[in-house]
Design a protein around this ligand. Structure first.
Ligand SMILES: C[S@@+](CC[C@H](N)C(=O)[O-])C[C@H]1O[C@@H](n2cnc3c(N)ncnc32)[C@H](O)[C@@H]1O
Length: 280
C-alpha cells in the first residue's frame, strides 16, 4: 500500500459517508452482486487478490502472520484504512453504544484499533448531538498480535475525557479472556471470523457469547477466497449463543461500480461482505 495523498482522502469523501454512514447497506442489491463481474477491472482485481492470498497461504502460516509478525503502520495509512473501511464497517446500531447504561465495550481482534477509534468517536458524537456531558466508558481492544496492539496504543486518541481506551494482547480462541461473564455491554468483531476455520470461529463466538451482556456487532466476508471462511449461516450461530435479535445486511467492500474502482488505492476487488448486529 502506498502512502495516501490528499487526493486519495478527497476521493473517499465522495463516497458520501459523512451524509449517510450506512450508505453501503443501501448501495447493495442482488443484481449489482451479479453485475460486478461485468466490470473488467474488478475481474482483474479479483484474480490478483486470489493469487495474493494463495501466495500468502503458501508462505506464511497463521501463527506467523497473525501472532508474531511485526506490522508497524504510519498514521497516514492508518487514517486512510480507517476511513476506507468505514464503508463496509458501517455504524449499524452503534447509537446503542452511547446509551447511559453502557460502560464497557470490547473490540475483539481489534488489529490497529481504527474501528475502535471510530466506535469511540461515534459515542462522543452522539453525546455531543444530545448535549449530554457523558459518563465513564471503557473501551478495550484485544488482539493476538503484539505489534498491532502497539500500533493501536500509539494511534488511538480519546475524543472525550470520559471515554478511555486500553489495548492488550489475548487469544480468544485458545483461552478465556481475563473477564467475568457478561463483563462487557457490547462486543465488536470485525474481519476476524473470516480468517478462522470453523472450530476456532465457533470458539471465538463462544467467548463473545460469554462476554457480551447486551449484543455483538460483526463484520465478515461472504465471498469465497483462499484462506477465507465465508459464513452465510452466521445468524444461526449467533442464535445458538443466545443472540435472538439478529439484523444482517449484505454489502460490498466499496461503492458498486460498473467500471474501475472508486478506491484510489484499489486495495481489494469489490468483495461481498455481511454486517450484523445481534442483541440478546
Ligand atoms: C483482518 S484483521 C481485522 C482487524 C480489525 N478488527 C479490522 O476490522 O480491521 C483480523 C485480526 O484478528 C486477530 N486475531 C486472529 N485470531 C485471534 C484470536 N484468536 N484472538 C484475538 N485476535 C485474533 C488478528 O491478529 C488480526 O489483527
Amino acid at each position: 500500500m502506498r502512502v495516501p495523498t490528499d487526493e486519495d482522502f478527497a476521493a473517499l469523501r465522495t463516497w458520501g459517508l459523512d451524509r449517510d454512514p450506512l450508505a453501503s447497506i443501501k448501495d447493495y442489491t442482488e443484481l449489482k452482486n451479479q453485475l460486478r463481474w461485468i466490470n473488467p477491472q474488478n475481474r482483474d482485481a479479483h484474480w490478483a487478490y486470489v493469487k495474493r492470498r494463495e501466495e500468502w497461504i503458501e508462505q506464511r502460516n497463521f501463527d506467523h502472520y497473525y501472532r508474531v509478525a511485526r506490522k508497524p503502520i504510519e498514521r497516514a495509512k492508518w487514517e486512510y484504512l480507517k476511513q476506507r473501511k468505514a464503508w463496509y464497517t458501517p455504524p449499524l446500531e452503534w447509537d446503542r453504544f452511547a446509551a447511559a447504561a453502557v460502560t464497557r465495550i470490547l473490540d475483539l481482534g481489534c488489529g490497529d484499533g481504527d474501528v475502535t477509534q471510530r466506535v469511540m468517536d461515534h459515542i462522543a458524537a452522539v453525546w455531543a448531538k444530545k448535549g449530554y456531558a457523558g459518563h465513564d466508558v471503557e473501551v478495550v481492544g484485544i488482539d493476538l498480535n503484539e505489534s498491532r496492539v502497539e500500533n493501536a496504543r500509539g494511534l488511538v486518541v480519546s475524543p472525550h475525557p470520559r471515554i478511555r481506551a486500553s489495548f492488550a494482547t489475548g487469544d480468544a480462541v485458545k483461552e478465556q479472556l481475563p473477564y467475568r461473564a457478561q463483563h462487557f455491554d457490547y462486543v465488536l468483531n470485525t474481519g476476524v471470523l473470516e480468517i478462522l476455520e470453523d472450530a476456532p470461529a465457533e470458539k471465538m463466538l463462544d467467548e463473545i457469547g460469554r462476554l457480551a451482556a447486551k449484543g455483538v456487532y460483526i463484520e465478515d466476508i461472504v465471498d469465497h477466497y483462499p484462506g477465507g471462511y465465508p459464513r452465510e449461516h452466521l445468524p444461526s450461530w449467533l442464535n445458538a449463543r443466545g443472540f435472538m435479535e439478529v439484523k444482517r445486511f449484505f454489502e460490498f467492500s466499496e461503492p458498486f461500480a460498473l467500471e474501475g474502482s472508486l478506491d484510489p488505492l484499489q486495495l481489494w476487488p469489490i468483495i461481498r461482505e455481511q454486517v450484523l448486529f445481534a442483541g440478546r
